[in-house]
Design a protein around this ligand. Structure first.
Ligand code: IPD
Length: 276
């Protein structure tokens, strides 16, 4: 109900604010870095510490809820219809390591496999994006809305090179960037973190993000923030509803723009993270 979602959102904000100081403290220090799947997929002790703290807070307040967290997820994720928290402790870990200030804690809450509450908190820039279903989206308490751009030729597009260093995949990534920029679009941007990228679309700083290869924890929280700001999410081929485990994502200010971009994108074959 309405009231429950308000309580859930307030709690998600409390969690994000609680871990902010851990991230801010770590940001300015020299860090030990471990590779996960490759040189562009990194983790630090701060990612783990932040996730543990949030998991602990959720387990104490909502012991019956499911949790999917980046640092503790199994290789084969099962997303059920039950209330499920989806956490990226530090989205933009490479930025965090490099002191490039786009890193955020993403906390989403799904019911029936659909996100209904989302928080993205960047403690370095002190930016808090928040939304709950039916109630709009805010940045630091102020209402945000998407642009109404419907054509690539009038749009600023965000996309990432991604973390794969596979030659064949990179060829398609570059080809897709080329067809987007040559449509022509106004330009391409990349902050290096999916959450902050989508928040740019939600607040009208850019018009669309597309990417293949990210995970449910990169997109869950910010998808409800974008939708509540008036935007849309879909699969990279332009189909809906979005499958949150398929790792092929478009987040757009309008469905028209999303469809035009989808029609230009060559698909990239990545394995799904699990089953719905
Ligand atoms: C990564 C960032 C990056 C995106 C990757 C994500 P992480 O998240 O969002 O922009 O290109 O696909 O995995 O690993 O820093 O939380």
């Amino acid at each position: 109900s309405e009231l429950d979602l308000k309580e859930i959102l307030d709690f998600a904000i409390e969690c994000a604010k609680t871990v902010g100081p851990i991230i801010k403290d770590g940001y300015y220090r020299k860090k030990d870095i471990s590779e996960k799947l490759g040189p562009a997929d990194l983790v630090t002790k701060y990612d783990k510490e932040v996730e543990l703290k949030i998991v602990e807070m959720i387990n104490e307040k909502y012991p019956s809820h499911e949790i999917i967290g980046e640092e503790s997820a199994s290789e084969n994720i099962v997303l059920s219809k039950k209330p499920t928290w989806v956490i990226d402790p530090i989205d933009g870990t490479t930025n965090f390591i490099s002191q490039f200030p786009y890193c955020a804690t993403l906390i989403g809450y799904m019911v029936d496999r659909v996100p209904v509450v989302g928080v993205a908190f960047n403690p370095i820039l002190d930016e808090l994006f928040a939304a709950r279903k039916g109630n709009g989206a805010t940045k630091n308490g102020e209402k945000i809305t998407v642009n109404d751009t419907k054509e690539i030729s009038k749009s600023l597009i965000i996309t990432e090179f991604g973390s794969s260093r596979d030659d064949k995949i990179l060829d398609i990534v570059l080809e897709n960037m080329k067809s987007t920029i040559l449509t022509p679009s106004r330009g391409i941007r990349a902050l290096g973190a999916c959450g902050p990228n989508v928040c740019c679309v939600a607040s009208g700083q850019a018009d669309l993000l597309y990417e293949t290869g990210m995970h449910i924890w990169d997109i869950c929280a910010v998808s409800i923030i974008l939708e509540e700001a008036g935007g849309v999410v879909m699969n990279a081929d332009g189909s809906t509803p979005l499958n949150y485990l398929n790792r092929k994502y478009i987040a757009s200010c309008t469905p028209e723009l999303a469809k035009e971009v989808a029609s230009k994108l060559k698909p990239i074959d990545v394995p799904a993270d699990g089953i719905e």
